[in-house]
Design a protein around this ligand. Structure first.
Ligand code: SF4
Ligand code: SF4
Length: 433
């Protein structure tokens, strides 16, 4: 996906491959699937338009200009266009690469660049530092400052993204990485051993989800190894155009997990799963191809893994609820996993899965998109919430922390009654102690 040769007006480091932008035959099948095209009606904000911009830069007909940079960041990287494209064009990934180009060609002002580099290159790669950085948020909640801030409505005076970011913070607990045992044994007849990739947002914000993932795997007959030395998967760095730090993190995680004798490497975070599966491509120039392929085949989303090995349903407790399922883009479009979460939900006795319209339409979260483009993100979210409402389901299920944060916030704002649960939490409810 990325080349190292000079290509038109792209710099050689991390430029798109010419073949990838040449593939577009301008059929337009992708247009109705693109949330930013649907919002704006603007060709340049469509997959076809974005690829045309990248092609013009790669052919030297266009400078890497402000419009190119804006479109690279305005793309949600939801990959819905990839699912729709008959030519295999990956407009979202091309735009991800263009973000790396934006940082090379149009560097940020000094202070912004120092801040960005600190977050991406120091804080995210260090689990200890990352966990320490959450302490103020925990104190903010524990000391009742959050209650005061929310009730004073003072945040209505702040920029919209600050108000939203504050409103999205879930109840914070001790990070899970410090508490989760390195080894959790199977609690029923043993079927095998898996490694668990514990994503950063999961350990910091949704510890209960990952606790349930391990519990469910143990009850399904798997020993679970959770290496404490694992680091961020590198997905935030891809999103922010820092591909070199992704490579460093990918090399670390690859070496760590490949030492383990396990049947699979399971994750409950769609974004992490997608990034881990992309190591094959990200490290293609630096690692042995067979090793990367082997790693790629071991990475499994929790639903993908359970359905592949067969869910043991004997002993599961009934959960008498109507649920609806929002498909995370990085699960359905980036990994092609659509049937497995539904099959896992329907394996629970008593559950009714009621499909929503446009279940695979983005929720508007898309990493930092929801804070950078608050208005557009809200419009995308409103469309999703309307579809949730029409189902009259009791619970909204999803499988990615970014979607979880955005949907839970949106439902609260809209005063809708549905709680948001991760699939693992639902499976956990059905799993006996
Ligand atoms: S990106 Fe794919 S679907 Fe969209 S216009 Fe090009 S070839 Fe057609
Ligand atoms: S990744 Fe999503 S937002 Fe970006 S061009 Fe494709 S469909 Fe549009």
């Amino acid at each position: 996906m990325t080349g190292t040769k000079q290509l038109g007006n792209f710099t050689p480091e991390d430029a798109p491959e010419y073949g990838d932008v040449l593939q577009c035959m301008r059929c337009g099948f992708c247009l109705p699937t693109c949330p930013t095209f649907s919002l704006t009606g603007r060709e340049r904000s469509s997959p076809r338009g974005r690829v045309a911009l990248a092609r013009a830069v790669s052919e030297g007909k266009l400078e890497f200009n402000q419009a190119m940079k804006e479109e690279a960041y305005f793309c949600l990287d939801c990959r819905a266009c990839t699912t729709a494209c008959p030519s295999g064009v990956k407009a979202g990934e091309v735009m991800e690469i263009c973000r790396a180009q934006a940082h090379q060609q149009q560097p940020l002002p000094k202070w912004q660049s120092v801040f960005r580099n600190f977050i991406l290159q120091k804080m995210l790669p260090s689990p200890d530092l990352l966990e320490t950085s959450m302490l103020p948020a925990r104190l903010y909640q524990k000391l009742g400052i959050q209650w005061l801030v929310r009730n004073s409505k003072i945040l209505k005076l702040a920029p919209a993204w600050i108000d939203k970011a504050e409103g999205m913070i879930p109840e914070m607990h001790q990070p899970l990485r410090q508490q989760i045992p390195q080894f959790s044994p199977a609690t029923t007849e043993k079927r095998g051993t898996v490694a668990f990739f514990l994503g950063c947002v999961m350990t910091l914000m949704y510890a209960e989800v990952s606790r349930q993932t391990v519990r469910v795997l143990n009850h399904q007959g798997y020993d679970v190894i959770t290496p404490k030395e694992q680091k961020c998967c590198g997905a935030p760095h891809l999103t922010e155009g820092d591909r070199e730090t992704t490579r460093t993190l990918a090399t670390h995680n690859l070496d760590l997990f490949m030492k383990l004798d396990v049947d699979a490497i399971v994750t409950d975070c769609a974004g992490c799963g997608s990034a881990l599966k992309e190591y094959e491509e990200i490290l293609a120039e630096r690692q042995d191809h067979n090793r990367l392929e082997h790693f790629r085949h071991k990475i499994k989303d929790i639903s993908e893994f359970l359905v592949e090995v067969g869910i043991r349903t004997e002993g599961l407790k009934p959960v008498n609820k109507v649920v609806t399922y929002h498909e995370p883009c990085h699960l359905c479009h980036a990994q092609g996993i659509t049937k497995q979460p539904r099959e896992a939900i329907q394996s629970i006795p008593g559950i009714e899965l009621r499909e929503m319209d446009e279940s695979s339409w983005c929720c508007g979260s898309a990493a930092t998109f929801s804070l950078k483009f608050t208005e557009e993100s809200q419009k995308i979210l409103d469309r999703k919430l309307n579809n949730v409402k029409k189902t009259e389901a009791d619970v909204l299920i999803t499988a990615n922390p970014g979607c979880h944060l955005q949907l839970a916030w949106g439902l609260r704002q809209a005063e809708m009654p549905q709680p948001v649960l991760h699939l693992s939490e639902l499976l956990g409810e059905a799993t006996p102690d």
